[in-house]
Design a protein around this ligand. Structure first.
Ligand SMILES: [Fe+2]
Length: 197
């Protein structure tokens, strides 16, 4: 059985970038529903004893949609932090790799935002790593996660309207631009470092 993850911050800790009201719905209602649906679908599927990442990589249909959304939101909600946010350490392996591939962190952010803005409909933009370190930005569909393609997910922006409509209405670009203020780079660096351990 999967359970709703605990948030590493209070519901109002991400304001004004993400409001308490948005988190109440996005985390408390949407993610809870994906968890409940997954727990109803798994028994008898042959996948029930696998870790979440493997279920996503091996499933299809309704199980994939709900398992993908649980994994996506678990990674999404645990990559943020409150106003005293942690910046990207320029000496970290992740920062060095970003600068090597994009030229600067700002250029990377612009590319990531553009791919989020350009994604048609509901979905996710991801920063992932290959096993040997190179980074890649991908656009994924409604429940898509880069683990399906053997990549290690590091950072994601949810571009479903439920992620921002209460706070930003149709202004997806403004929402994505604001999200950088609350990214917990220590967590993202940790995910990148774990690939080489
Ligand atoms: Fe979402």
């Amino acid at each position: 059985m999967f359970t709703l993850i605990d948030l590493p911050y209070a519901l109002d800790a991400l304001e004004p970038v993400i409001s308490k009201r948005t988190l109440e719905f996005h985390y408390g209602k949407h993610l809870q529903t994906y968890v409940d649906n997954l727990n109803k679908l798994l028994p008898g599927s042959g996948l029930e004893d696998l870790p979440l990442e493997e279920i996503v990589a091996k499933s299809s249909g309704a199980i994939f949609n709900n398992a993908g959304q649980v994994l996506n939101h678990n990674l999404y909600f645990t990559q943020f932090t409150s106003a005293s946010h942690s910046g990207l350490d320029p000496e970290s392996p992740l920062a060095k790799r970003i600068v090597k591939q994009w030229g600067s962190v700002d250029a990377f952010k612009a590319d990531f935002e553009a791919k989020g803005i350009g994604l048609f409909g509901s979905g996710w933009v991801w920063l992932s790593a290959q096993d040997d370190g190179p980074l890649v930005i991908t656009q994924e569909g409604p429940a898509g996660n880069p683990v399906t393609n053997g990549l290690k997910p590091l950072l994601t922006f949810d571009v479903w309207e439920h992620a921002y409509y209460l706070d930003y209405q149709n202004r997806r670009a403004a929402h994505l631009q604001a999200l950088w203020q609350i990214v917990d780079w220590k967590e993202v660096e940790k995910r990148y470092d774990a690939i080489n351990e």
